[in-house]
Write a protein that binds this ligand. Structure first.
Ligand code: SF4
Length: 155
């Protein structure tokens, strides 16, 4: 039985509210990047951990701690989420650290099939910057400009 863990991008989960439906669905149905495990053996998804979040420019080495939390449970393979693979500028640095510190751990780059890169980057850029539908903030409340939903009608 393969024991696997997933390492994900915290910006995607925390700021874009991704519930990892694609990662988990593909793990369950042995599709995407989980298709190569032997069909006659169960895949045990031991756990999921986030990267620790940006900014990572001078601290990508801390990924060892995140991975250790899964290695401690005896995983054989670590999947980077497809979002991490497609978006993270620190992917190579993460790979280097993991290879150095856990030479026996297999790293699989991806979970579900990859998105079209340009469309995915454009979409995630908008999700983060929220230009099209401006979110409300505390200033809207302070300046008495806050928009409230219509009262729900009582039945
Ligand atoms: S370091 Fe990479 S994986 Fe982590 S939040 Fe930043 S972009 Fe996402």
């Amino acid at each position: 039985m393969a024991k696997v863990g997933i390492l994900g991008c915290e910006s995607v989960t925390h700021e874009m509210d991704c519930v990892m439906i694609g990662c988990l669905g593909n793990a369950r149905s042995r599709a995407g990047k989980f298709a190569d495990y032997p069909k006659d053996e169960p895949v045990d998804l031991v756990g999921i951990i986030g990267c620790g979040g940006c900014p990572t420019a001078v601290g990508s080495d801390r990924i060892w701690q995140k991975v250790k939390a899964l290695v401690d449970y005896g995983i054989d393979a670590l999947h980077f989420t497809s979002c991490l693979v497609q978006l993270c500028p620190f992917r190579e640095a993460f790979l280097e650290t993991i290879k150095r510190d856990y030479p026996d751990l297999k790293v699989v780059e991806g979970t579900h099939p990859f998105h079209d890169t340009d469309a995915f980057k454009a979409g995630t850029k908008e999700l983060l910057s929220q230009r099209m539908v401006t979110p409300q903030s505390m200033n809207d409340l302070v300046f008495k400009k806050i928009k409230l939903p219509p009262e729900k009608s009582e039945k």
